[in-house]
Write a protein that binds this ligand. Sequence first.
Ligand code: HEC
Length: 274
Amino acid sequence: MTEVPEHLLERSRQRRAALGLGGGDAAPAETSSAAPAATESAAVEKTAPAAAAKSEPAAVAAPEPVPPYVEASLRRKRVPVWVLPVVAFLPLWAFLYAGSLSEPEVEAEGQLALGATVYQQCAGCHGAGGGGGAGRQLNNGEVLLTFPAIADQLQFIAVGTAGFQGKPYGNPDRPGGQHIGGSYGNMPAFLGTLTPEELLAVTRHERETISGEMVPAEQIGPEGELLYANGNPYLNDAGELVDENGELLLAPDGYLLNPSTGPTESGPVVAMGG
Ligand code: HEC
């Protein structure tokens, strides 16, 4: 649509008013006398070409009609500034997203990762690397010398030194002599503090991560969980610690139900069929 410039409209208005055609703002006043109107008309006639000549350059200078395609491009919404960084980081995002999809890698060491977290409750006494302190040294195979069988270690951590006060625990043939509960200091019982899963996890952390026990590959499940040699898990569906036959491992008080090297008054180990 083309707009008629205001100065041209004004000129037309003046012209119509001068001719007494009406439509101009000044028209009613001027129709009162014809003579002034005539002189006015003459005056307008005289100035009109001048005004036209004067307005000519302005008309030329008026903005050229913009081609529709250029106009469209001018009117189109610009790409917002934030798009560039977003697009630039897209590959990084894609990379991270792809990485987050390979979750099983983290799950593959689920129990050991949990164990490392739980061990923070033990590190104050046993040292972050198991070097010992207020608690006994656990690293460099030390904890494996005390507990060749993991079940005995689970029991000891569950009942603490209170459960073996003045009594030997762990391997009777331990190099350097069997350990006696309380002879080195006192350790709290963790039965009520840790879930069975956490108890198993921190025990594995001490044995495998800190003390370097090599667990056969076939005894590590698909999610990194510890399995018995017969392939059965250490935790049942209810989250309880069980033996290789799926029977409960610990009594409610934390002692082994079928102790191998438990408290001396527990009597001899009863061999289970199978
Ligand atoms: C308040 C200090 C303290 C804390 C906390 C502590 N322990 Fe102990 N721990 C000890 C002491 C002391 C002994 C030695 C007991 C003895 O033989 O007299 C010990 C012994 C042990 C042993 C036996 C080592 C051996 O070779 O005889 C294990 C296994 C163990 N602790 C595991 C843990 C775990 C797992 C935790 C954390 C969940 C933990 N401890 C937290 C003080 C502590």
